[in-house]
Design a protein around this ligand. Structure first.
Ligand code: SF4
Length: 219
């Protein structure tokens, strides 16, 4: 994790933090800075910054890759077809997305044509994600896809999903981490067998995630 001064220097916001400032106030200050951000090329093609959404007091964070078309228009993460499927699977396991976790992405602006986020874009956007994590202080992460998994594990290259999904790992923040396929994998799959495999894998991983959330809520 970056040092506090480095992180705040990168965001250019050290002067606005005071010891009296509440975490929620601080969180929304950082959000307003992100909304004006031009730290990487994605600022020039976005409609708006998609900072994140959900319960910042839940102690649980879901981190995906990047906003897509609907998210870019409406400013809320995971609201397209894949996001709806993700939310409805979790609902079957008793988890409500706006109540039980906070969800965001490794980059806050939509890459053109929904391409994968590039390494320098992830690096440029990192201070916002680190700031969100510092304030939310999660006890559990869920990574959706290889990019957020690699970032949370501190890996230089994206790992094979087969190696890292289906179990509880430890993130670079020393917080338990569950990894699953990005929900849009199912929509992009051309092979029906692969599609079914990915959907079943996501279901299994989200079941584990739901069980861990309930443990946290009961502790
Ligand atoms: S993706 Fe992140 S770093 Fe890049 S312009 Fe958007 S908010 Fe700034």
């Amino acid at each position: 994790m970056q040092s506090k001064s480095n992180l705040y220097d990168l965001l250019g916001i050290e002067e606005v933090f005071t010891p009296e400032e509440s975490p929620i106030h601080r969180f929304y200050r950082i959000k307003s800075i992100a909304e004006r951000c031009k730290r990487c090329r994605l600022h020039s093609t976005r409609t708006q910054v998609v900072f994140g959404f959900g319960n910042i007091a839940s102690g649980v964070m879901v981190i995906g890759e990047a906003p897509g078309g609907n998210e870019d228009i409406y400013g809320k993460p995971f609201i397209g077809k894949a996001g709806e499927r993700f939310s409805s699977i979790l609902k079957e396991y008793g988890i409500e997305r706006d109540r039980d976790f906070y969800i965001t992405n490794v980059v806050k602006c939509r890459p053109p044509k929904n391409r994968d986020p590039q390494k320098d874009e992830i690096q440029a956007c990192e201070p916002f994600l680190v700031a969100q994590i510092k304030i939310i202080k999660p006890k559990l992460f869920l990574a959706l896809g290889r990019y957020s998994a690699a970032w949370l594990l501190g890996l230089k290259r994206e790992p094979s999903m087969k190696e890292i999904r289906g179990k509880i790992l430890v993130s670079k923040f020393n917080v338990p981490l569950i990894v699953t396929y990005h929900p849009s994998t199912v929509d992009h799959a051309r092979n029906p067998e692969w599609r079914n495999f990915a959907l079943n894998a996501i279901r299994e991983d989200l079941k584990l995630f739901a069980e861990k959330i309930k443990e946290i809520q009961q502790s």
